[in-house]
Design a protein around this ligand. Sequence first.
Ligand SMILES: [Zn+2]
Length: 104
Amino acid sequence: MLDLNAIKNSLEAKLNKLMDRATEIEDALSAPKNADSEERAVESEGDQTATAIGEITDAEIRDIKFALRRIETGEYSTCESCGKHIPVERLRALPWTSRCTACS
Ligand SMILES: [Zn+2]
């Protein structure tokens, strides 16, 4: 059996961490730029990395919010694509997944 409360708690904890990371990335991206042009080039590379990490973080936040909503609606262990039951082992390994192995 799945302990939905435990899953919810761990998803919420992960969500909080991701939100913190997203805020940090935003702060880093909006930080004032160095006036020196050479350093500015380095910073711009750092910005690209930060933007990429930010996009991954946003996607993870979306997935986790979606999983939490699916717990609320009782659809958590139902594949959103084929409607079949998602195996418990899969949900344990990937608690934010919304699809069964065949549909992922
Ligand atoms: Zn499926």
